[in-house]
Design a protein around this ligand. Structure first.
Ligand code: SF4
Length: 267
């Protein structure tokens, strides 16, 4: 049976052994067109509003696929609803997929701890109470925040014109953190990159890093993950920052956040 929903498993530096779950289509549909996106540019017709709702519901094959693969990987660390084909929270049946995944996790035998059920989001839809309500079920939410001012937001993430502004997104993330049940974790992922093109300012500037540090202080996530480009970016003129710069950014974040409950590190 060809796989429709599941890909991997693959080793992830941040999650351990991770199995990818795609609840969208087999092409990219997203509210952003990030300059560094590793799955290429978002086509104009597939750059959608955060109000857009996709109605893909899980077929019986979803459970079958999960069970058929999971029996071979009892040492799995994460069942990951990824952004591999775009923004998963656009699917209004997110919770149906989650519930089946949770059931299957309960049924299976695991070598040690059962895998976390993890959700990746680009944060653009979190203004919606309904979507935050769904998102907070996940054990671990990995939410994107690469920028903390609107100029950098427009350059880096190139959002759909109806996307909220960055101030609203930061408030939504702070709200989500407060609403998440005890034991569930919010990780903020900050992808920082350089630019080879003089006229294109990257998000690796003292202003953006400083703005981000204050945004993180406001959100108070459990985890902050600083990382950079690891594969071919959508626009060839952006490239990875090095580990020395990642460490400097981590230090700036720690100095501003000043909170031992917020675990900041780079990958
Ligand atoms: S949010 Fe994720 S999938 Fe969408 S364009 Fe950005 S990197 Fe690509």
């Amino acid at each position: 049976m060809p796989r429709r929903y599941i890909y991997g498993p693959f080793p992830s530096r941040r999650l351990g052994l991770s199995l990818g779950i795609n609840i969208l289509f087999n092409y990219k549909i997203c509210t952003y067109n990030c300059v560094y996106c590793e799955i290429g540019l978002t086509k104009k017709e597939n750059l959608v509003s955060p109000k857009c709702r996709i109605k893909n519901s899980p077929t019986l094959n979803f459970r079958k696929e999960l069970v058929s693969i999971l029996k071979y990987i009892p040492h799995l660390n994460s069942l990951s609803f990824t952004g591999y084909y775009g923004e998963p929270t656009l699917n209004e049946n997110l919770l149906n997929f989650y519930t089946i995944t949770l059931d299957v996790r309960k049924e299976m035998k695991w070598t040690s701890e059962p895998p976390l059920i993890t959700l990746f989001t680009n944060s653009s839809t979190l203004y919606s109470d309904e979507i935050r309500e769904r998102v907070k079920h996940f054990d671990l939410v990995l939410a994107k925040l690469d920028v903390a001012n609107d100029d950098d937001f427009k350059r880096t993430n190139r959002p759909h014109k109806t996307a909220p502004n960055i101030e609203t997104i930061i408030e939504d993330l702070a709200k989500l953190k407060k609403e998440m049940p005890t034991g569930h974790k919010l990780a903020i992922q900050c992808l920082i990159f350089n630019s080879n093109k003089k006229e294109f300012i990257s998000n690796n500037t003292p202003k953006n890093i400083n703005d981000l540090a204050y945004a993180l202080k406001k959100i108070k996530p459990d985890i902050v993950q600083v990382y950079s480009i690891a594969r071919m970016p959508a626009n060839y003129f952006v490239f990875s920052i090095d580990d020395k710069r990642k460490q400097e950014i981590v230090n700036t974040f720690r100095d501003v956040i000043k909170d031992n409950d917020v675990y900041v590190r780079y990958y």
